[in-house]
Structure formats: structure tokens, C-alpha cells
Design a protein around this ligand. Structure first.
Ligand SMILES: [Zn+2]
Length: 208
């Protein structure tokens, strides 16, 4: 018997299959998201009741399928949902190829999701020196409330979407290519989830 946080975690590697997500410097977002998400899952698994990935390989998974999987799993346990993405600046943006760093999104009225998103940003900054990009006071830098993101709007638990860097920025892309960095980011996200749970008073439970 070991004590774990009495919570489940849904990890959602964004995109996959025909949807590569953003691309830059020879990288596809769907691959980076999956690699980081797998390290994230490995690192957080010993601390929580379960980890449920929305995909484990390069495959098509619709947004509705991701949400249905999350909402249908473990209804008796408290849950968190974290979607992992890489950012890119729009083609016509003056910041094209210049923006770098992390961002995190939460849905309005989801106060626990807002806290989770903030803690994940903080973990990226502290653990792997990925600094937040954009946003303005009084909000935490890099933290955004978003009403248009399906996986945040439709999940029935606290949810955050984290952008681990800009795939179209040369320095961010160089890091993303590095498996040691992918693992470090996964570990940082795991630490963030654990910190969030302690701050939110999630109890420890004996798990067989
Ligand atoms: Zn994405």
C-alpha cells in the first residue's frame, strides 16, 4: 500500500494523425506534444490514482473524443485535465519567429483550472527556465482565460492547456528537438500537478 493523491489526471497530447498541429524547423507539434506527454505521464503516475492519456501514438483523435474519454472515465474520482501543445505565431504576425516561451489557458469560471494553469507555468519557469510569453497584469504573465477552446469548455473537471514553447522560434525548436528537454518539461509539469493538488487540498489515499 502506498499513499497517492486522491485524484486522476487526463493528459491530452494535442493533435496527431492527419492533424500535425503547428510546424517549424522540421518539427511537427503532434510529435513533440506526444513525447512530452509521455514523460509527463511517467513522472506523475506514482503520485496520483491514475493517468489517462487521450492518445498514445500518432493517430486521429477528435476534440469530442478527447473530452468524452475524459468525462467518462472515473466519475467517482476527482480529476484534472491537462492538454499539452506547442505554440506558433500566425504567419502575418509582426512577432513571426520571434515569440518564444510558455503560455497556459483556462476556461472562464474554472477557478481551479486557472490555478492549475498558473502553477504549470510557474513550474516551467522554475524547473526548466521556460519563461512565460505575453499576457499582462493583473494576470500572471503567460496566463490566458479562453472561452473558445473546446477541450477546456467541455471537460467536466478542472482543466488547463499548456503551450510549452513556440515551435517556429529557432531556440525553442532546438530545445523541443532534445529528448532530455522533453523529459525535463514532462517532469516539470508533473511537479506542477503535484503542487497544485497540495495547494487545493487534495487528500492522500492508500492505493493498493
Ligand atoms: Zn496545438
Amino acid at each position: 500500500m502506498t499513499a497517492r493523491l486522491d485524484i486522476g489526471l487526463v493528459i491530452d497530447p494535442g493533435h496527431g494523425g492527419r492533424d500535425s498541429g503547428a510546424c517549424g524547423h522540421g518539427l511537427r507539434e503532434c510529435d513533440i506534444n506526444l513525447a512530452v506527454a509521455q514523460h509527463f505521464a511517467d513522472a506523475v503516475l506514482p503520485h496520483v490514482r491514475y493517468v489517462l492519456p487521450t492518445r498514445t501514438r500518432d493517430e486521429d483523435v477528435t476534440l469530442a473524443q478527447r473530452v468524452n474519454l475524459a468525462n467518462g472515465h472515473g466519475p467517482e474520482t476527482r480529476k484534472l485535465f491537462v492538454s499539452v501543445h506547442c505554440n506558433a505565431t500566425p504567419v502575418l504576425s509582426p512577432w513571426k519567429g520571434k515569440a518564444r516561451g510558455s503560455q497556459a489557458m483556462y476556461y472562464r469560471n474554472d477557478t481551479e483550472g486557472a490555478h492549475l494553469a498558473g502553477v504549470l507555468l510557474d513550474a516551467l519557469r522554475r524547473e526548466v527556465r521556460v519563461m512565460p510569453w505575453g499576457g499582462s497584469l493583473p494576470r500572471q504573465p503567460g496566463l490566458f482565460q479562453r472561452s473558445d477552446l473546446y477541450v477546456l469548455r467541455r471537460t467536466n473537471c478542472a482543466a488547463a492547456l499548456v503551450e510549452i514553447g513556440f515551435i517556429d522560434h529557432p531556440a525553442d525548436a532546438a530545445q523541443m528537438r532534445d529528448e532530455a528537454w522533453q523529459q525535463a518539461v514532462g517532469i516539470a509539469l508533473a511537479k506542477g500537478v503535484v503542487r497544485h493538488c497540495y495547494a487545493e487540498g487534495v487528500r492522500l489515499a492508500e492505493v493498493a
